[in-house]
Write a protein that binds this ligand. Structure first.
Ligand SMILES: Cc1cc2nc3c(=O)[nH]c(=O)nc-3n(C[C@H](O)[C@H](O)[C@H](O)COP(=O)(O)O)c2cc1C
Length: 218
């Protein structure tokens, strides 16, 4: 499919100027990212915390999927998932990930790139307790990324988990579920500008753990 010849071929979004300059950036990447996340929530974007998580397997074959960002602080960015999923097979093998927040409606994008590690059991428990009970049961019922025989098999699995915990007030955290922290080495902030002369500002940490802010060509 050649999109240049498609029905929207004449439609080019020339982004209104929303300049990003060094002086107006927050002092740290995580304050800047938190501020943009707050703007996305304020703008009532659907799933403002959604980020596209890219991983690679040991042969370098990439995969991506959407996950929800659960926390941002000076350590990094946290999401929660099934530790035996395909994404985690990639993550435990390579120890690296990249996540992109595509806030297209705001003409903004942010990338976080760095090493990954599990968060502590205590921290996972905090995210677990914030999940609705149905989502907790779903995490027990699903062998994420594995082939299942049918939808019926999945529904049966959920029902059996629901019955198992029917009289249990606090559903326990499954051993295969928890938080993953991406500890960034670079965090890039992008805003759309006129004439495709977009702004890209990147925080980068050096070997002495000092952060630098640098501008990239669009
Ligand atoms: C909006 C949205 C949010 C999602 N959030 C999560 C999440 O926080 N954690 C998760 O494991 N999967 C989440 N998913 C599902 C993943 O995209 C993916 O299907 C799943 O994690 C399995 O990926 P994998 O087989 O590559 O490991 C989300 C999907 C969408 C569309």
């Amino acid at each position: 499919m050649v999109l240049q010849n498609g029905p929207r071929s004449g439609v080019r979004v020339d982004y209104p100027d929303s300049a990003l300059d060094e002086a107006s950036m927050a002092p740290t990447w995580w304050q800047q990212l938190s501020s943009w996340l707050a703007d996305a929530a304020q703008a009532e974007l659907p799933e403002p915390t959604a980020m596209v998580l890219a991983t690679a397997d040991p042969e370098g074959r990439p995969s991506s999927r959407t996950v929800l960002c659960k926390a941002i602080d000076e350590r990094g960015v946290v999401f929660c998932t099934n530790y035996t999923s395909n994404k985690c097979h990639d993550l435990w093998a390579t120890r690296y990930a990249c996540a992109t927040f595509p806030w297209i409606a705001l003409h903004r994008q942010a990338h976080v790139r760095g090493s990954v590690e599990r968060v502590s059991a205590a921290e996972t428990a905090l995210y677990w307790r914030a999940r609705p009970r149905e989502a907790q049961l779903g995490a027990w019922a699903s062998t994420q990324s594995r082939v299942v025989p049918s939808r019926q098999a999945l529904d049966n699995s959920y029902e059996s988990v629901r019955r198992r915990y029917a009289d249990v007030e606090q559903v326990p955290v499954p051993p295969h579920w928890g938080g993953v922290l991406i500890r960034p080495e670079t965090v890039e902030f992008w805003t759309g500008r006129a004439s495709r002369m977009h702004d890209r500002l990147r925080f980068r940490v050096d070997d002495d753990r000092q952060w630098h802010l640098e501008r990239l060509a669009p």
